[in-house]
Design a protein around this ligand. Structure first.
Ligand code: 4NP
Length: 156
């Protein structure tokens, strides 16, 4: 299962999700394509936000190999599942979808824990390091489920 995480700037939430999931899969000795992208072009080519790097590093995860990029329609072809952080990303992704197959790939990341509740992972950008810690805790729980989903697929 190839997974793409999507947020606004692709420098805080989605690179964290990408790093957390890659770390979990590495520990389970599973190889899968995992990436992240955003919808705003302010930070294209940039490293993740230093607060995101710091929180990841606190949990022994290095996310400094990621560079911010925009979500594109081609991502519907490259990925099996596209997890968004909030309603704005959901609406943007749906607007770019071409057919039902594309639409079925898109979901809120927290729906893996709380199905159909569309609970957002809030933008930590304007807040302090504690907001990044909260984001990390949310994404860590969701990525554990996603990693298990991927492992189940590999078994079959
Ligand atoms: P992200 O956070 O979507 O989690 O990467 C943001 C990063 C930058 C901005 C907004 C959100 N920005 O407006 O520049």
């Amino acid at each position: 299962m190839k997974v793409l995480f999507v947020c606004t700037g692709n420098i805080c939430r989605s690179p964290l999700a990408e790093g957390i999931l890659k770390d979990k899969l590495r520990k389970k000795r599973i190889t899968a394509e995992i990436d992240s992208a955003g919808f705003e072009n302010f930070h294209i080519g940039d490293l993740p936000d230093e607060r995101a790097i710091k929180i990841a590093w606190k949990h022994d995860i290095d996310i400094t190999d990621h560079r911010a990029r925009l979500f594109t329609r081609a991502d519907f072809d490259r990925f099996d599942k596209i997890y968004v952080m909030d309603a704005w990303h959901f609406d943007n992704t749906m607007r770019l979808s071409r057919n039902d197959n594309d639409k079925e790939k898109v979901d809120y990341v927290m729906n893996v824990l709380y199905p159909m509740q569309n609970i957002p992972v809030h933008d930590p950008w304007y807040n302090g390091i504690s907001a990044f810690e909260e984001v990390f805790i949310q994404l860590e729980k969701a990525c554990e489920i996603i990693a298990e989903m991927i492992r189940e697929q590999y078994k079959s």
